[in-house]
Design a protein around this ligand. Structure first.
Ligand code: F6R
Length: 357
């Protein structure tokens, strides 16, 4: 039920702080440590490489998940688009573990990969919001996203839940390997939940950004470096699927290799600048597009915000910044779609669960 909300999408964006708290609660033991099933732990310990398989928004969560697994747990990880993987399988390592990320647990492109990896006898773990789903039933292990039912076609709370559970898996694996961590993951996810709540309380600002930057535009670009690049890909997908504005996300450094040719007077460029080590370089990319007439909108965390930035988001642990910086992307897309009279919850040509290949 939508309750007082005009759309499921807005309700589900608002539910993200609760979903974070639910995930922390579900994955926490009595000593405030991470609780994971022993067989999932074993599966991680027994594998030499993780292969993440996903589609759409879940694929974007997978890109972030690779960073978590490699940076936190030192587990080599590859991320693959399910529909590509099924006919273009890379050389596999000796002990692969397949991780399927799927909100619905029913996506046919993923299922066809799972059927093949099961046939080859490789272990599979599904991360899903629907534990009784096909992918969950047909794989060896399941991690529940605990985001609650997601009705709007555009995925929002499942995406942040996917990233949170991937972070938990990475931290647990790091601990099992005896690696020392410089942060308490569950505490940091709590801080993320609070940051999400603060953003949900500032909706008018995103409504205004959508008016200022997107009300009449034909296209829009999202740029970032590192983790911000992946959030930009998700921002572009959200915007195009619900507002039908042509949008593209790309790595800041790639601009000069072609895409900058598309920048004209007034072209909106949404730049994410949450990562301190690339702050200077992403800001110089912004200057390059502004010099060509772009209407740049910089989103940065409080500790890196400079005069002229469009919006300042609360600072969280830098690896977890995507869980927070995607909320402005979701809300800006929502308002852009609303201003253009689009059917926010049921965009044309799309289905919530894609059960055909
Ligand atoms: C975008 C969106 C889709 C899904 C994709 C995978 O907002 O919802 O891109 O992410 O179809 O679906 P699941 O996660 O159910 O496998």
């Amino acid at each position: 039920e939508k309750g007082t909300y005009p759309h499921f999408m807005l309700k589900e964006i608002d539910e993200q702080p609760f979903a974070m708290r639910k995930i922390i609660q579900e994955y926490q033991d009595d000593n405030d440590e991470i609780k994971l099933e022993e067989d999932v732990r074993q599966a991680m310990a027994n594998s030499d490489r993780v292969y993440i398989i996903a589609a759409g928004t879940s694929y974007h969560a997978g890109l972030i998940g690779k960073e978590f697994l490699e940076k936190i747990a030192q587990v080599p990880t590859e991320v693959h688009i399910a529909s590509e993987f099924s006919y273009n399988m890379p050389l596999l390592s000796e002990k692969p573990l397949f991780v399927f990320i799927s909100q619905s647990g029913e996506t046919a492109d993923l299922r066809s990969v799972l059927v093949e990896t099961n046939r080859l006898g490789h272990p599979a773990l599904t991360m899903t919001n629907v534990p009784g789903s096909t992918l969950s039933r047909e794989s060896d292990y399941t991690l529940h996203l605990h985001a609650g039912p997601e009705i709007a076609v555009a995925s929002t709370k499942a995406y942040t839940a996917q990233m949170a559970v991937l972070a938990i898996l990475a931290v647990d694996t790091a601990r099992a390997k005896g690696l020392t961590l410089d942060f308490d993951p569950l505490k940091e996810l709590g801080i993320v939940g609070n940051a999400m709540e603060a953003l949900c309380d500032q909706k008018e600002e995103f409504d205004q950004i959508a008016r200022d930057y997107l009300s009449t535009t034909r296209n829009c670009f999202f740029i970032g470096r590192g983790l911000d690049y992946f959030v930009g890909l998700e921002g572009a997908l959200k915007l195009k699927e619900i507002s039908y504005i042509q949008a593209e996300g790309f790595a800041g450094g790639e601009l000069k290799h072609g895409t900058i040719a598309l920048i004209e007077d007034g072209t909106p460029v949404i730049a994410l600048a949450t990562q301190e080590h690339v702050d200077g370089s992403i800001r110089s990319n912004v200057q390059e597009v502004v010099a060509r007439g772009a209407n740049a909108c910089i989103i940065s965390p409080e500790h890196l915000t400079r005069e002229g930035d469009a919006f300042s988001i609360p600072t969280v642990h830098p690896l977890l910044a995507p869980l927070v910086s995607v909320l402005p992307m979701q809300l800006i897309s929502y308002y852009a779609a609303l201003h253009r009279d689009c059917d926010v919850d049921k965009p044309r040509n799309l289905a919530k669960s894609v059960t055909v290949e």
